[in-house]
Design a protein around this ligand. Structure first.
Ligand code: JFZ
Length: 463
């Protein structure tokens, strides 16, 4: 009997230790205690994906940058309600003519998929307050408030599942339409809240979000507009608990909470884990480097606007876009590239062309992006590096953005001086290489002056 008791006590003690040691709290904020292992499992598909398509689409798409005399020449055309100070009642009229007869969910999803995107993030409700899904508690939505009457978000969600791409939604906490929200005199940002009506609005949001999670099956909730003064970190934690009760696998960005400090998208150095959210959200910039242990995704526009703007012709080149994606991956982050469809429901041709070009590149070089981890070297003068560990060893992807001087490239020692076993162009032939000092001094690669790809040529070195 005594022996048995000791065995039981020992077992309890050991399992307690095991739980304690694996019970690292990771970067999803105080609302959730999660072991490193469980957290990694929840984030796995998203980390492997590396490339997503952002869609900004709402009533602002109809204005396309113009309201009477007012013109948005640069920047977010989806802000026109605030910029031009359009009264709520007048803005609401836009719903009556919102009729995207050219909308084709299958085409949108195929465009993303052919570009190499593994997920889509669609605005379900932007700051304007109009829902492009069938909101159960509002008539100001695409089904009940427009001549179109069809649920575009449901169609996109279905197509995503059909075509095998992850369906995710954007949701704005700031709302320029809801009667609980007070408007400052000059414009709508940031709205205040009538104190006695805050709970009513939070419940209103929660019902939207419940629908997005349970009825539409969103896999990521991409919050925004969290900078309104009345929204607190405690509110965010309550909301996260509510959402994770509905779906424990849900991934939530850090704009749900109050940690983010401006466009760099992170909390103050070392503080990310003290705030809600699974990943940091830099906007319109590639961070100089990643943050160890903190997931992140940068969102970028192809011209200067998120919502469609017919006045905006400042398109980034294909080369810039591909290299930004490579840059993000090399720093351990995701790249979320935006399109702003027209009121007719069409993705602009300039965006289609660029996504197609990215797809051409990704079809050959995708293996150097998906499922990779960040660059291991302090400097990469030739371009960028990504890494992929696999069963037989480790692949180092050397991304060349341009010609290599003297045609010789020395890759520094890797994995503590491992020997390179082989080297080849991704999508091509073997590459000549010399292992220096049995790997302790790295690997020398002979690079021809003509590179196989003008945007980014990639050499895969096996270790
Ligand atoms: C926000 C939105 O306002 C914008 O319309 C778009 O949806 C974008 C993806 O997100 O833009 C922001 C958010 C925060 C800052 C700047 C722009 N900020 O903190 O400086």
């Amino acid at each position: 009997m005594r022996r048995f008791t000791w065995v039981v006590l020992g077992a309890i003690l050991l399992s307690g230790l095991a739980i304690y040691s694996s019970n690292t709290v990771v970067a999803q904020g105080p609302a959730r205690q999660e072991t490193r292992e469980a957290h990694d499992a929840r984030m796995a598909w998203w980390r492997d994906a590396r490339f997503g398509m952002f869609v900004h689409w709402g009533l602002y798409s109809e204005l396309a940058g113009d309201w009477k005399e007012y013109k948005v020449n640069q920047g977010g055309a989806e802000w026109i309600m605030s910029y031009a100070n359009i009264p709520r009642d007048e803005y609401r009229q836009l719903a009556q003519t919102f009729n995207p007869t050219g909308f084709d969910a299958a085409a949108w999803v195929a465009t993303a998929k052919n570009a190499g995107c593994k997920y889509i993030v669609v605005t379900s409700k932007h700051h304007e307050g109009f829902s492009i899904f069938d909101a159960s508690n509002s008539k100001y939505d695409i089904v009940d408030g427009t001549p179109y009457q069809k649920d575009t978000l449901a169609a996109i969600a279905d197509e995503c599942r059909k075509q095998g791409i992850h369906f995710c939604t954007y949701y704005s906490i700031m709302d320029w339409d809801h009667p609980s929200q007070t408007k400052p005199d000059n414009a709508y940002n940031p709205t205040g809240v009538i104190a006695e009506r805050k709970q009513e609005y939070v419940d209103y949001m929660k019902e939207h979000l419940r629908q997005l999670v349970q009825d539409y099956g969103t896999e990521v909730l991409w919050f925004d507009g969290e900078w309104v003064d009345w929204w607190t970190e405690e509110d965010a934690q309550d909301l996260c608990r509510f959402l994770w009760d509905l779906n424990p696998n849900l991934i939530i960005n850090n704009r749900v909470g109050k940690g983010r400090r401006g466009m760099n998208g992170f909390a103050d150095e070392g503080k990310d884990q003290e705030y809600s959210g699974d990943f940091g959200t830099p906007e319109q910039e590639l961070p100089a480097m990643g943050r160890p242990g903190v997931d992140w995704e940068t969102c970028i526009t192809m011209n200067t606007t998120w919502g469609f703007n017919k006045n905006d012709h400042q398109w980034k080149s294909r080369e810039t876009l591909v290299r930004q994606l490579v840059d993000a991956a090399s720093k351990g982050g995701n790249y979320l590239l935006n399109v702003g469809p027209t009121a007719a429901g069409e993705i602009p041709p300039e965006s289609i062309e660029r996504l197609a070009a990215m797809g051409d590149w990704m079809k050959i070089y995708g293996e150097s992006i998906y499922g990779t981890t960040s660059n291991p070297f302090p400097e990469t003068p030739w371009g960028r590096c990504t890494v992929k560990a696999h069963d037989g060893g480790t692949t180092l992807y050397v991304h060349l953005f341009g010609r290599v001087e003297d045609g010789k490239l020395v890759i520094p020692a890797f994995l503590g001086g491992a020997m390179a076993k082989s080297a080849k162009w991704v999508g091509g032939d073997a590459v000549e290489f010399t292992v220096l000092d049995a790997g302790k001094s790295g690997t020398e690669i002979i690079v021809p002056t003509e590179l196989p790809n003008t945007i980014d040529s990639v050499i895969a070195i096996e270790y």
